[in-house]
Design a protein around this ligand. Structure first.
Ligand code: PLP
Length: 290
C-alpha cells in the first residue's frame, strides 16, 4: 500500500503533504475529522461516516463546495491510487485560512484532506486478553458547549489529557464520565457492558460520539437475538457487569477486563463479547469496493 494524501485536489506522498500555518484548524482547532477503515480492499461504512461528516459541516457552517457524492468518489479514487488493501483513512475539513477567530474575516474556502495510512490503537494481544480501563478525572464536554456528536478536532484536547492520565495510571484506556456522573465513552471509543445477557450502552444524550461502530455492533447484537438497551449508566454498572467491551473505527471491538482495579466478571473476555467480536469481523467484508 502507498501512503498517499489528497489535499485540496492534489495527491502527494504522505511525507511531503503540507498545509498552511494560517489554516483555521492549525490556529484554533476549527476542523472536523473522520477515521474510516479499509478492509480487504473495501471501505467500511463509508456512507455512514460521510453522513456524520456532512452533519458536522452543517452544524459548524463551513462553506463546503464539494458535495457528499463527489467526496465519496474522491475517497474511493485515492484508495485505488494507494492500492490499499487494509488501512485507515483520515478525512479532515477545516473552516478555511486566516488569522483571527471571526469566520467572516478569513478566506472561508475549506481545506479538505484525505489521508491513506495505517493505524493500530492497541497492541494485538489486547484483543485476546482484554484492556484495563480506569475512570479519568476529565469529563466530556457538555452539549451546550460543543455537541459531543460533533467529531470536532479541537475537542480532542480533553480526550488526549484523559488518555495521558490513563497511561500514567498503567491502564490501556480511559473512561470519561459526563458532568452528571454518568458514563459517556472512552477517549476514542464507545463503551458497552453486559448484565444478565442484556447488552447495554450509554444513551447518546449522555454526551458521546454516536459511533459508527457502536451502531454496527448494536445492529449485529440485535440480529443475533440479544436484547440491546441504551440508557444511563454509572461506574457502579461497570463494577457489577458480567462483561464489557469498547468499539470504534480505530479500536474495532475490543474486550475490557478490568475497571478501576476491579475485575469485570471473571476478568477474562466474556462469551457474548467474543461472539460479537466474531460477528463484527465477519461483517467487515461488507464495504464499498474501489
Ligand atoms: C470520542 C470517540 N468516541 C467514540 C468513537 C467511536 O466512533 P466510530 O465507531 O464512529 O469510530 C471515536 C472514534 O472515532 C471517538 O473519537
Amino acid at each position: 500500500m502507498k501512503k498517499l494524501v489528497w489535499l485540496n485536489g492534489v495527491v502527494s506522498p504522505l511525507e511531503s503533504a503540507m498545509t498552511t500555518v494560517q489554516d483555521h484548524c492549525y490556529l484554533y482547532g476549527d476542523g472536523l475529522f473522520e477515521g474510516i477503515r479499509i478492509y480487504g480492499g473495501k471501505v467500511f461504512k463509508l456512507d455512514e461516516h460521510l453522513d456524520r461528516f456532512y452533519h458536522g459541516i452543517k452544524y459548524l457552517k463551513y462553506q463546503m463546495d464539494i458535495s457528499q457524492p463527489e467526496l465519496k468518489q474522491i475517497i474511493l479514487d485515492v484508495c485505488r491510487q494507494a492500492e490499499a488493501d487494509n488501512g485507515y483513512i483520515r478525512l479532515n475539513i477545516t473552516r478555511g485560512t486566516g488569522l483571527g477567530l471571526d469566520p467572516s474575516k478569513i478566506d472561508p474556502k475549506p481545506n479538505v484532506m484525505v489521508m491513506i495510512n495505517t493505524l493500530a490503537l492497541y497492541p494485538p494481544e489486547a484483543y485476546d486478553k482484554g484492556l484495563d480501563v480506569v475512570t479519568t478525572s476529565f469529563k466530556t464536554i457538555p452539549a451546550d458547549a460543543l455537541d459531543p456528536r460533533l467529531k470536532c478536532i479541537g475537542k480532542y484536547a480533553a480526550n488526549i489529557l484523559a488518555k495521558q492520565e490513563a497511561n500514567s495510571r498503567g491502564a490501556g484506556e480511559g473512561l470519561m464520565l459526563n458532568h452528571q456522573g454518568y458514563i459517556a465513552e472512552c477517549t476514542g471509543d464507545n463503551i458497552f457492558l453486559i448484565q444478565g445477557g442484556v447488552v447495554r450502552t450509554p444513551d447518546p444524550s449522555c454526551g458521546l460520539l454516536k459511533g459508527v461502530t457502536r451502531d454496527t455492533v448494536m445492529n449485529l447484537a440485535r440480529e443475533a437475538g440479544y436484547k440491546v438497551e441504551e440508557g444511563f449508566l454509572t461506574p457502579f454498572d461497570l463494577y457489577a457487569a458480567d462483561e464489557a467491551f469498547l468499539t470504534g473505527t480505530a479500536a474495532e471491538v475490543i474486550p475490557m477486563v478490568t475497571i478501576d482495579g476491579r475485575l469485570i466478571g471473571d476478568g477474562k473476555p466474556g462469551p457474548i463479547t467474543k461472539d460479537l467480536i466474531s460477528r463484527f469481523r465477519k461483517h467487515t467484508c461488507e464495504g464499498t469496493a474501489f
